[in-house]
Design a protein around this ligand. Structure first.
Ligand code: FMN
Length: 454
């Protein structure tokens, strides 16, 4: 018999619309991003679809554009831990991932919050550790924008090491409950953690949680960010969702694992990707075009252009040609957003050339140039496309970003998930109870017992 290669299994996460412009608020089906019902609807749909985890991004300051709150994006979001803990009560298997900043939070507090979520959810917590790139966000905090970008990963690594020291401080069978003679708590070891940023001494307040450590996610893209992920993360949430780019990124970060004594299976790569479905390929393409126009409204098109040009362009017609005036360097035009446009003049040149060659208006150009990776097609095509990315090592799955809240995954779960299952690349039931089980990751404490009854 020919030897059959075991198919790589696809991992899927459900992104609850966060700080982005992908959500289409003009759609009659759009609901609140704040009401608990919305979180419940999206999380339960993802769990019905056997997704690995639910994912919350985070913005610690409302974005501003031209000095005003940028209300074309999602504005306002309840606290991450409050939402995830509440979702733990209305789901049973779905992982619960929160984006929590390492620059503005203290390790002890983070260790307590994530261990609590892991306990309360029965081992489903995940932490996307971000550093934030701008001082603007820092103004909301006591010490302000106090840490320059190059120091942020030093601190991020120290925060993660400190939380791990706290989680490690209770032995796996730390709390022995003896019903006849009362409760004997074997005291936690004293924690002493010393680093450039921290001097921690004391005892942690909770026994080891079901996963040992929550699943560690990382999302930055710089070289320091990739090293940090290779050293410490279980999952990378990446922006490299296109096939070739995805393969390059995948190889780059997986190749970094060996020097940290880790195997290629220890780190899962999940790029962000959207999806648009239709009953026929043509219908899917038409839907995708309609959604892109909704995502890039005339005002959004001008706002994107202003980010590159660094100046107020509100007098320009979004359906007209690009401005003839040159861009100026103005890093503060949009504040609170990760800045991708590094060289405005070069981008403007390229955009001018493109819009002239293809006869594109401002809005048409922005629709094309700001498009994020997305799967477009019939449910079967989308399933096959996702599978191709995974089987050819462009990713280990995806963090899927819907364009509607909260019903954005309804159709995907009903129609695409069965196709993925037919391909043999996606689970037909949850086989474990923790998020580490779903992702095929080891428990660092080699035990799921935090509290043992005798
Ligand atoms: C795909 C992706 C998603 C991100 N999501 C968030 C987020 O939700 N909240 C946040 O504060 N930063 C987010 N970031 C920012 C990064 O975590 C990081 O702070 C920033 O990119 C600077 O690090 P870098 O220089 O390594 O990219 C995200 C970055 C990427 C690439």
């Amino acid at each position: 018999m020919p030897e059959q290669r075991i198919r790589k299994q696809i991992h899927l996460a459900a992104h609850f619309p966060g700080v982005n412009h992908h959500t289409v608020w003009t759609d009659p089906e759009s609901g609140s991003q704040i009401d608990f019902d919305s979180f419940v609807h999206l999380a339960r749909t993802a769990e019905r679809g056997l997704f690995d985890f639910f994912f919350l991004a985070e913005g610690l300051r409302l974005r501003e554009h031209l000095g005003r709150v940028h209300d074309l994006d999602v504005v306002g979001r309840p606290d991450t831990f409050t939402v995830l803990n509440a979702l733990a009560a209305v789901t049973t298997h779905l992982g619960l991932a929160g984006t929590i900043n390492t620059t503005y939070n203290e390790p002890f507090e983070l260790a307590k919050q994530f261990a609590s979520l892991d306990h309360l959810s029965g081992g489903r917590a995940a932490w996307n550790a971000v550093t934030s790139s701008d001082a603007f966000t820092g103004e909301n905090f006591r010490r302000g924008g106090y840490l320059e970008h190059t120091k942020r990963y030093t601190r991020a690594a120290e925060v993660v090491d400190a939380t791990r020291a706290l989680w490690d401080s209770w032995p796996a069978d730390a709390l022995v409950v003896d019903r006849e003679n009362g409760v004997f708590a074997q005291p936690a070891r004293e924690v002493r953690f010393s680093s450039e940023q921290f001097e921690i001494e004391g005892e942690f307040v909770l026994p080891g949680s079901p996963q040992g450590y929550p699943v560690q996610i990382q999302a930055g893209d710089s070289d320091e960010g990739r090293e940090f992920a290779a050293a410490k993360a279980d999952v990378i949430f990446s922006a490299h969702g296109e096939l070739e780019d995805g393969r390059r990124f995948y190889a780059d970060v997986k190749d970094r694992l060996a020097k940290y004594g880790r195997s290629r299976e220890d780190l899962k790569i999940l790029p962000a990707a959207g999806f648009v479905l239709g009953d026929t390929p043509e219908e899917a393409r038409a839907n995708a075009q309609r959604i892109r126009r909704q995502q890039v409204s005339p005002q959004t098109a001008i706002a994107f252009l202003e980010q590159v040009w660094g100046r107020d362009l509100s007098a320009y017609d979004p359906d007209g040609p690009l401005p003839e005036i040159d861009p100026v360097e103005n890093v503060n035009i949009t504040r609170g957003r990760v800045r991708h446009a590094k060289d405005p003049r070069a981008i403007a040149e390229a955009w001018r050339a493109k819009s002239e060659a293809e006869n594109l208006s401002i809005r048409e150009l922005i629709i094309e140039t700001t498009a994020r990776p997305q799967f477009i097609g019939t449910p079967r095509q989308v399933a096959a496309d996702i599978d191709r990315h995974v089987q050819t090592d462009a990713s280990d799955g995806f963090v899927l970003v819907p364009h509607l809240t909260p019903a954005g995954f309804d159709e995907f779960v009903e129609k695409v998930v069965p196709e993925l299952q037919d391909l043999g690349s996606f689970r037909t039931e949850y086989t474990g109870s923790t998020l580490r089980d779903h992702l095929g990751l080891r428990n660092p404490h080699h035990s799921t017992e935090g509290v043992r009854a005798s």
